[in-house]
Design a protein around this ligand. Structure first.
Ligand SMILES: [Zn+2]
Length: 54
């Protein structure tokens, strides 16, 4: 089986918030206006799958 959405992961950018929080913030490289980000990697993947795989 081949992966049918290889770009989904590439669209995500993992950045760090404040050190005190220590939580990663997943941002979408494609969505800049408005910017999209989420603390959950699962939500980020779901976002890419549903918004950028048409
Ligand atoms: Zn997006």
């Amino acid at each position: 089986m081949k992966r049918d959405h290889p770009d989904a992961g590439k669209a995500l950018q993992n950045g760090r918030m404040k050190k005190s929080h220590g939580l990663a913030d997943w941002r979408c490289k494609i969505c800049t206006n408005p910017p999209w980000s989420n603390r959950s990697k699962a939500n980020a993947k779901y976002h890419c799958r549903t918004k950028h795989l048409q």
